[in-house]
Design a protein around this ligand. Structure first.
Ligand code: URA
Length: 234
């Protein structure tokens, strides 16, 4: 990326002002004063303006978080509720959540500054499988579980086939895992409401083969390059 664009993209000043700063000798690249206004910044270059390090804002960033319950999947909230970004104070770049989890849902959430990545993962055409662990009160019989598997009407929309596995049950409650390939608003809650068993707890445990793993609620980590590649190819 051309140096004036690189500096402007970091929010330091306009491109024209950046050109002036270069002429004034206020810009260094890899320790040397830059004398080439058309310089093309390469990955790994270290750029300073007036002695201030300019971060590469174009570098794509990919995180996975375990979103806790009671946190809003948004970059800001006019009601002052804690957002997922409030949980990432050390990340200075402008990232945003990929899709959303309800306020009362916990689990796996990606965050990025790569709009294309977010678009592809959330676009219905791509049908990325998402697995949720669900707790309901009481025991759901096989006929109703089969309805979830075949597809249920969640109010003007019939869900496509889902995988459903019963993980455990007691006399009072049941834990299931459900994998869906769509992402309608509150879809899992609405599916269980449709069969008469409202969800009591909901956690997203995987997206494709990326799992929540050992991340505790509120913790996050960078996705590794292999994981990013995999998600881009989904
Ligand atoms: N389905 C829901 O009902 N809620 C979520 O947060 C995610 C999927």
């Amino acid at each position: 990326m051309r140096i004036n664009k690189y500096i402007a993209a970091a929010g330091i000043c306009s491109r024209r002002k950046a050109d002036e700063l270069i002429v004034q000798g206020k810009v260094t690249v890899n320790g040397a004063v830059l004398d080439e206004p058309g310089y093309d910044v390469k990955p790994g270059d270290t750029v300073f303006v007036n002695g201030e390090l300019i971060e590469d804002t174009a570098a794509p960033l990919y995180y996975v978080m375990n979103k806790p319950i009671g946190v809003i999947t948004s970059v800001s909230d006019e009601r002052g509720r804690t957002t997922v970004l409030d949980l990432m104070p050390d990340v200075e770049e402008r990232i945003f959540p990929v899709g959303r989890l309800d306020y009362n849902t916990s689990g796996l959430l990606f965050l990025t500054n790569d709009g294309q990545f977010a678009y592809r993962l959330t676009h219905p055409r791509h049908q990325v499988p998402k697995t949720y662990r669900v707790r309901v009160a009481g025991n759901i019989g096989k006929p109703r579980i089969d309805r979830l598997r075949r597809g249920v009407d969640i109010g003007g929309f019939v869900t496509s086939p889902a995988e459903v596995n019963v993980i455990s049950w007691t006399r009072h409650s049941m834990i299931l895992e459900i994998t869906i390939h769509e992402g309608k608003n509150r879809q899992v809650r609405r599916m269980f409401e449709a069969i008469g068993y409202p969800v009591q707890e909901l956690e997203r445990i995987s997206v494709g083969n990326i799992k929540l793993g050992r991340l505790r609620p509120g913790q996050y980590r960078k996705l590794n390059p292999g994981e990013v590649d995999y998600l881009k190819r989904l």
